[in-house]
Write a protein that binds this ligand. Structure first.
Ligand SMILES: N[C@H](CCC[C@H](N)C(=O)O)C(=O)O
Length: 257
């Protein structure tokens, strides 16, 4: 049976998107998901996202990394599925949906989508980096010069090394541009390469920079290889709440296979 596929991108983090409200897509066929995400033999994407019905909220998001395995929360994918839900006529602009890390509120604002992330109660500070989970695990480290970094080589070494090992972590390299602007490059677990941006990653960076005292602002601009994202938050004790990730989410293609 023919299947309709969409492609969405949020600041260059791109996804194969499927309306799976009829539950026809086989979630257990990792090889097929990896094929669809393959940039040469398939459609191509950093991940694949299913939109499904939900009994209490507007819809449910199911996320797969490009390796074909279901994974933790995807911030850019969360923004893209909200744009997809509006395109399908499921929502107007405000919405609440269910993802692997719980319920998320979001609002469509013209070409941009504003996505509320889960509260972050624990950040672990080390000499070289900060580790926190913003729906996905993130290692965040400051660098003087992002341009000449071999992100894939250095990122994979950290991702597969102790203490992350097989389960791994996403790895974000950051340089400070100004009091409220930071540049970020990310090595993504499950893509096992640099992606042009990472939504849970830039969220982690914004919170980590505030936590480390690199900024006392609570509205941070993150410049990524794929574009500009904005993260706002409220510090509460040693943690953060009312965390919002805002940026573009664009449908780039629709087709059938
Ligand atoms: N690769 C991540 C999930 C997707 C995160 C990223 N695409 C985002 O926008 O948050 C992981 O397995 O932890």
């Amino acid at each position: 049976m023919k299947q309709t596929f969409y492609k969405y991108q949020g600041t260059g983090n791109d996804f194969v998107m499927i309306d799976n409200r009829l539950l026809t897509f086989d979630k257990n066929d990792a090889r097929h998901v990896a094929f669809l995400c393959d940039r040469r033999f398939g459609i191509g994407g950093d991940g694949l996202i299913l939109l499904e019905n939900h009994s209490e909220v507007d819809f449910k998001m199911v996320y797969f990394n490009a390796d074909g395995n279901q994974s933790s929360m995807c911030g850019n994918g969360g923004r893209c599925i909200v744009a997809f839900a509006k395109f399908l006529g499921i929502i107007e602009s405000a919405t609440t949906f269910e993802a692997i890390d719980g319920k998320h509120h979001a609002e469509v604002e013209k070409e941009a989508v504003k996505l509320q992330m889960q509260d972050v109660k624990v950040l672990e500070k080390f000499d070289s980096h900060v580790f926190l989970n913003t729906g996905s695990p993130h290692h965040v480290q400051l660098e003087d010069d992002l341009r000449n970094l071999d992100i894939k080589a250095i990122g994979s070494k950290i991702r597969y090394g102790a203490p992350y090992n097989t389960e791994g972590s996403n790895v974000n390299f950051v340089s400070k541009i100004s009091e409220d602007v930071f540049s970020v490059r990310t090595y993504e677990r499950g893509v096992e390469d640099e992606t042009l941006s990472c939504g849970t990653g830039v969220t982690a960076v914004a919170l980590a920079m505030n936590y480390m005292g690199q900024t006392d602002k609570n509205l941070i601009t993150l410049e990524t290889e794929g574009g500009t994202l904005v993260v706002s938050f409220e510090k509460v004790g040693q943690g953060y709440k009312n965390i919002w990730l805002t940026g573009p989410a664009v449908q780039v293609f629709k087709g059938e296979l």
